[in-house]
Ligand binder design. Structure first.
Ligand code: ATP
Length: 265
């Protein structure tokens, strides 16, 4: 039995309460799904904005084929946009969505929450949420699928892999019963930010993103397929969302691609 099931009706009530007038999504909620991103990718056809939510993901995914643990008690959602086929780089989208998650968490009274380039949300240095952006081309149309996994309450940690440095919202003023409200809020805020991003680009979000950058000024490594390819001081992001690393006196820009950012312990 699920700890406290998220339902379509519950999300709908919360969306109505928020007074969403434009960009109302079609909502799909599942007790269990392989991956909400995959479900959306399999159901892309028209311009309709869809929001897919699962109580549990059995094949939740992160970047580069890594997996995202998605037990009962979390928030797993995806939504989609049809985008211009002329834009090929959506790497800044995960930064925009990460920033929105930080805004929402802070508005809910969660402290010490920050962004980690390019796609994670940390609380006290551990991973609270992750963002996965995928694109799919069908008959010349390009779709952007945005996935979010957020740990509300993780189950007994003895059942989780030891090497995952996760955090959840235990001890914060958000409980399992707040998830439908949070989903409505997260979707609404992400959608507003995405519409702004499509018009104005990442530049308008950059300063705020930098304010919440958890690794700002820290000694970091860039890791590519398990190998450290660059070490230096993390110096925020540029107007396109590329990471800036100060290596000696040189400011090097890194495209998110498949590299990972790690603290140089
Ligand atoms: P990092 O650099 O922190 O390893 P990444 O950006 O390389 O992250 P992501 O795709 O963001 O990788 O996330 C996948 C990774 O997140 C997994 O390999 C695992 O270490 C970790 N992880 C998986 N599930 C969760 C979860 N529910 N909460 C926190 N961390 C998780």
């Amino acid at each position: 039995m699920l700890v406290s099931e998220i339902t379509k009706e519950g999300i709908q009530v919360e969306m109505d309460r928020l007074g969403l007038s434009e960009s109302v999504p079609e909502i799909f909620v599942f007790e269990e799904l392989g991956s909400t991103n995959q479900w959306l990718i399999d159901h892309l056809k028209d311009d309709q904005l869809k929001l897919c939510v699962a109580n549990v993901q059995t094949e939740g995914r992160g970047r580069g084929g890594r997996s995202w643990l998605s037990p009962d008690g979390g928030i797993y959602l995806s939504f989609n946009y049809r985008v211009s086929p002329h834009i090929s780089d959506f790497s800044a989208v995960s930064l925009v969505i990460g920033l929105v998650l930080v805004r929402v968490m802070r508005s809910e009274g969660v402290k010490n929450v920050g962004v980690k380039w390019p796609n994670d949300i940390l609380i006290g240095g551990s991973k609270l949420a992750g963002v996965l952006i995928e694109t799919k081309k069908i008959n010349g149309c390009v779709w952007l699928v945005i996935g979010i996994g957020l740990n509300t309450r993780m189950p007994d940690s003895s059942n989780l892999p030891e090497d995952i440095n996760w955090a959840d919202l235990t001890g914060q003023c958000i409980g399992l019963d707040d998830r439908e409200r949070l989903i409505a809020l997260i979707f609404n805020e992400c959608n507003k930010a995405m519409l702004q991003f499509f018009k104005e680009g990442f530049g308008v979000f950059r300063d705020e993103w930098m304010r919440f950058d958890a690794y700002s000024g820290k000694s970091v490594n860039i890791v590519d397929q398990g190998k450290v390819t660059l070490s230096g001081i993390e110096a925020g992001v540029d107007m396109q969302g590329m990471l800036q690393v100060l290596s000696g006196s040189e400011l090097i820009k890194i495209h998110s691609g498949e590299v990972s950012l790690r603290i140089n312990a």
